[in-house]
Design a protein. Sequence first.
Length: 410
Amino acid sequence: MFYSKSFINTSREDPKVAECRGHKLLLKANFLYMVSSGIYSYLPLGWRVLDKINKIIRSEMNLVGAQELFMSAVQPIDIWKKTGRDKDLEEVMFKFKDRKSREFCLGPTHEEEITEIVKRYISSYKQLPFVLYQIQTKFRDEPRPRFGLMRSSEFIMKDAYSFSLTQQCLEDNYQKMYKAYQIIFDKFKFNYFISEADPGAMGGSASHEFMVPAEIGEDVLYFCPKCKKYYKEEGKCLVCQCETKSEKVVEVGHIFKLGTKYSKAQGAFVLDQQGRRKPLIMGCYGIGVSRILSAVAETSSDSKGLIWPKTIAPFDATLLVLDKSQTQEALSIEALLEKECFSILIDDRKSPAGVKFNDAYLIGNPYIMIIGKNYRESAKIEVEKRETGQKFEIAKDKIKDFFRDEYNIK
Ligand SMILES: [Zn+2]
């Protein structure tokens, strides 16, 4: 991809609306466009990152046997009245009436809708268990939108729902999801931890939150540096009696054992082996997809700009062409690497070298390759690893091997 032909429009100035480091960098590096307070459009760079985040999530969800669907964002209020959550979530719901005066909302979440769908088709224990999931936009009329995608009115989530006959089966699904979440968050290179949480308005018997420590976090937990354990309450560490330290955290995932709250309220029953009528036992499993974009931007950057982990970077490398006569050579290097599935942003613009370096650091692809003035004699590409600042000189015929090594491809 040529930078000169791309829709990448970085800014030199810090955006005035930015409220925190990650928000500032995402706007300045042109990953996001702010439509209105709490509402964002994802520009091509941001969308590339979201696409990779979604691919990682999809692949792990599919591996545990979850099936993807896509539910409507517009939901009738009637289904919310069945669980009473039209009242519980009233303050954050975007509600409206259609031309026939029927009441609707823009879905802040989908437990009610998925339960309606499932009860329409499931009547016997033989059809159980299963897990359905979607990656979808959700809406909350946020009284105080803050920190860009961290607390926004429109956001993307992955939400999965498990349905089973027995508590044991819910346990099994929950454990599978818990493990899948660990794999997913490991791939995002987060320094995350898992804490037991209060199910709150979701209902159910137990839940776990996946948290990332960040300055802008709105929750506070207490951390034992020795045992690496987190506690809800300030109080010495229960294991080693050390003093705990408070830490601000951001929630990026949350899983719940919902039990029968929704199935009982909405009449989702099946017949068991003995022909008895039993409510479906549900679990639900959320990941804040757009929030992850923000959380990585917030926690992975330096004074020059963003530093994306290899797994979700918009491109694997930016290739700076400092001598216009080498543009063909750049294309040939790109072709070598694209054959191996590495994506390259070739900065072929007429801009001064300083501008190109600034943008390459700001955008934060994991590697910066430079075809410098002396490339014609040396035939060596300078490579800088964004994360560590390490520099390498790699001959063109070895560049493929270099990247394969860096990405641990055997
Ligand atoms: Zn301890």
